[in-house]
Each structure stands twice: as structure tokens, then as C-alpha cells.
Design a protein around this ligand. Structure first.
Ligand SMILES: Nc1ncnc2c1ncn2[C@@H]1O[C@H](COP(=O)(O)OP(=O)(O)O)[C@@H](O)[C@H]1O
Ligand SMILES: [Mg+2]
Length: 230
């Protein structure tokens, strides 16, 4: 279980059609297990890129990311996929649910082909209950509201018990009230399950409720501050 993630001088450059984009530039950052961190910044500032690098979905062009001292991206594909399965849960703005599968089946998808020491069905029901959808197990995404669909996506992100929850503008498609409830749910998972949350948001009101706020602009970190609770 990775208790610390350390980004050492990481950069990500996209090259295509004669255009070079420095999406992330020489970033040094550390994250400790148990923290709830907000990442804010204007569109195009590199937030999603940073999150996908931390989540091992993409590889930095330069620099390295250490997970308890280990550079996972140096491993083979299989090892990286295993690491991601054990450690990381993702939540996106677009819920990315499979439309023909029920809520329960969607939540089960990360567990397909995986050997685990618990009952998959029982675990999937348990997390759907945890996100407040005990009565929607057999509903299709089209039969659920936006907020409920995001709850299914959160259940799917935590079903395999990851230590790190990476959320990329998860409330971006939701109204303010529903967004706040989703935020509270993630806060609760952070406090009760101890999983670390990296929360990308445009909403300064939500960002303020984290333990730490990182502001990005043009691929760099403008500010990194702890939130003092008075
Ligand atoms: N796959 C990609 N190919 C080329 N450019 C990309 C790619 N992904 C992101 N970018 C560019 O990198 C910059 C940062 O993007 P992104 O990380 O998505 O920012 P944010 O999430 O803060 O809006 C933007 O200029 C974007 O256009
Ligand atoms: Mg983004």
C-alpha cells in the first residue's frame, strides 16, 4: 500500500502536428496518505495531465514519480496495471458508465478477471449502499440522475479498495447542490476509509474544504498551501 507519492521534477510535453504543448513543467510535489487535496486552476493549466501522470495512466516525458520510493512506470505493463488496480481509483467529470450494464454490473467491472479475497457481489453491493444507492442496484445509467450516476462511478472507483482516489472535476456536470453532496461523500470516504483524495475542481467553495489546495497555471504550481481549520 503506497503511503507516499513523490513527483520529482516531472514534465509532460505533447508533440503533434508541429505543435508542442508543455502541459506540465518541472513539477515537484509530494502527497501523503490520508490527505484531501484540491487542485485548482484555469482550463488548460495541466490539472488533468498531472492527475493522469500520478494515476499511472500516462508517463512523464521527464522526471519520475515514486510510490513509497518505487518508480512504478519503470515496470512492465502488467505490473503497472496491477499497481493501478491495487492503489488507484479514478472518477471523471463524464461518468463513463457502460450504458447497457446495471449499476451493480458497472461497479463490478474493475473486478473482472481479478482474484480477490472477498465476495465480489457482496463488495459491490456494499459500496453501492455506502454511496446511498442500495435501492438502485438493478437500474441502468439512463434510469438514474446525474448525481446518482456519479455515485455509481464513485462506487466503481472504490470497489477494489484503492488507497488513492483521483477525481477529475467530478462535480463539473452537476448542479451546485448535487455537487456539494458528491463532495461530502468523497470527504466521508477520506475520513472513514482513510483513502487519500486528489480533487480537481473549478469551484473555489469546494476547494476551500480540502486539507490542502494546489493552484496550477500554465503547467506549473502557483501555490501549494495547507488549509488551516479555525
Ligand atoms: N493528449 C494530448 N495531446 C496534446 N495536447 C494535450 C493532450 N492532453 C492535454 N493537452 C494539452 O495540455 C494542456 C493541459 O491540458 P489539461 O491537462 O487537460 O489541462 P486542464 O485539465 O487543467 O484543463 C492543454 O494545453 C491541452 O490542450
Ligand atoms: Mg482537465
Amino acid at each position: 500500500m503506497a503511503t507516499k507519492i513523490k513527483c520529482e521534477d516531472i514534465s509532460k510535453t505533447y508533440i503533434g502536428d508541429g505543435v508542442t504543448t508543455h502541459a506540465v513543467k518541472n513539477i515537484d510535489l509530494s502527497f501523503k496518505k490520508g490527505e484531501f487535496t484540491s487542485i485548482i486552476g484555469p482550463s488548460g493549466s495541466g490539472k488533468s495531465t498531472l492527475l493522469s501522470l500520478i494515476g499511472t495512466l500516462d508517463k512523464p516525458t521527464e522526471g519520475k514519480i515514486l510510490y513509497d520510493g518505487e518508480e512504478i512506470m519503470k515496470q512492465g505493463k502488467r505490473k503497472i496495471a496491477d499497481f493501478r488496480f491495487e492503489e488507484i481509483g479514478f472518477i471523471f467529470q463524464q461518468f463513463h458508465l457502460l450504458p447497457t450494464l446495471t449499476a451493480l454490473e458497472n461497479v463490478l467491472t474493475p473486478l473482472f478477471g481479478r482474484k480477490v479475497n472477498y465476495s465480489k457481489q457482496k463488495r459491490a453491493k456494499e459500496v453501492l449502499e455506502q454511496v446511498g444507492l442500495a435501492d438502485k442496484l438493478n437500474s441502468l445509467p439512463s434510469q438514474l440522475s446525474g448525481g446518482q450516476q456519479q455515485r455509481v462511478a464513485i462506487a466503481r472507483a472504490i470497489v477494489h479498495k484503492p488507497s488513492w482516489l483521483l477525481a477529475d472535476e467530478p462535480t463539473g456536470n452537476l448542479d451546485t447542490e448535487t455537487g456539494e453532496k458528491i463532495f461530502e461523500l468523497l470527504k466521508q470516504l477520506n475520513e472513514q476509509e482513510g483513502c487519500s483524495v486528489l480533487y480537481v475542481t473549478h469551484d473555489p467553495n469546494l476547494a476551500q474544504k480540502a486539507n490542502r489546495i494546489i493552484s496550477m497555471q500554465d503547467g506549473i504550481i502557483l501555490e501549494d498551501k495547507d488549509v488551516v481549520v479555525l
